[in-house]
Write a protein that binds this ligand. Structure first.
Ligand code: MF3
Ligand code: CO
Ligand code: CO
Length: 290
């Protein structure tokens, strides 16, 4: 039997317009059965300007958190810092009321992998490692980034986890130092780096397109095989946000979690994550949340 034609015709030529170099380059991949973006994933210069501005505010928000985070503070206080600073500068915190999420940022401590909900009852203690994840809307444009903070001094292993998670983000970024690479190329490199250091990569959550909405295509998995996943071409904006676990990559959400958001490592060992929003250009990615 003939093999099914697996070509997905995401990229289409504009009728009546001569194909550009970029068209030809993308179609060459597409005709070889590679997954290519659709045209609406390519941001216009005006959209890029907007996302860049959202990124600048997002960075300022996280800088403010970095300045004020300390032992003894509740995660609700972090939420308030993020919320008030964002609003004061004309932005909107995207998490608030997003699919039932009750707060303005995510605060994920130790074994919480992501989507931790800020609370009056959670106090930062010496040795905690915490991810603060902020997504900022400015004039309708979105930027998404997160950082790890170490409260006081932590164990050597937790510090190494935080450092390796950072390195994983940088490894992904380095793979994207030229356009026309695949999501699977960066996922593969991240996975190798995590494993070489004895850690695992969370599979149930991934990075994503971002800019005109909170979560857009493509999915950016942080594991996998080279040459798989979507082709990344100039004009695409997306996050890389590897979640690195000390033990198993498996995660769960507690049945009794009132909101059903908080994601926890299965073995309840620590997890770490860093995230930036990127623009793919002719010369590779540019960080929009620096
Ligand atoms: N900022 C997270 C991400 O990196 C998503 C959080 S969804 C929320 O994609 F509702 F919890 F905010
Ligand atoms: Co994200
Ligand atoms: Co995020």
């Amino acid at each position: 039997m003939a093999r099914k034609n697996k070509i997905v015709e995401n990229w289409k030529l504009l009728p009546g317009v001569a194909p550009t170099q970029m068209d030809l380059r993308i179609l060459e991949f597409q005709n070889r059965g590679k997954l290519c973006p659709t045209r609406n994933m390519i941001k216009t210069p005006q959209q890029i300007t907007g996302i860049r501005r959202a990124g600048a505010l997002n960075t300022a928000v996280l800088d403010e958190v970095a300045e004020r985070i300390r032992e003894g503070m509740t995660t609700e206080e972090i939420n308030r810092i993020v919320h008030d600073f964002t609003i004061k500068h004309g932005g909107i915190p995207a998490p608030l009321d997003y699919e039932g999420f009750p707060k303005s940022c995510c605060t994920s401590i130790n074994e919480v992998v992501c989507h931790g909900i800020p609370s009056e009852d959670v106090v930062l203690e010496e040795g905690d490692i915490i991810n603060v994840d902020c997504t900022t809307i400015l004039d309708g444009y979105y930027a998404d980034a997160s950082r790890m903070f170490v409260i006081g001094r932590t164990t050597e292993q937790k510090q190494r986890l935080v450092d390796v998670a950072w390195e994983c983000l940088k490894v992904g970024e380095r793979v994207c130092s030229e356009p026309y690479v695949f999501v699977g190329d960066l996922g593969n490199a991240i996975q190798k780096h995590a494993h070489a250091n004895g850690f695992s990569v969370v599979r149930d959550l991934c990075g994503h397109g971002v800019g005109c909405a909170f979560h857009e295509e493509p999915e950016v998995e942080h594991y996998g095989h080279k040459g798989t996943g979507m082709l990344l071409v100039p004009g695409m904006t997306f996050t890389i946000e590897p979640m690195i676990n000390t033990g198993t990559w498996r995660v769960f959400i507690d049945d009794e979690d009132p909101y059903g958001w908080e994601v926890i490592s299965d073995d309840e060992l620590p997890s770490a994550q860093w995230e930036h929003t990127y623009l793919m250009t002719e010369n590779g990615v540019e960080i929009l949340t620096h």
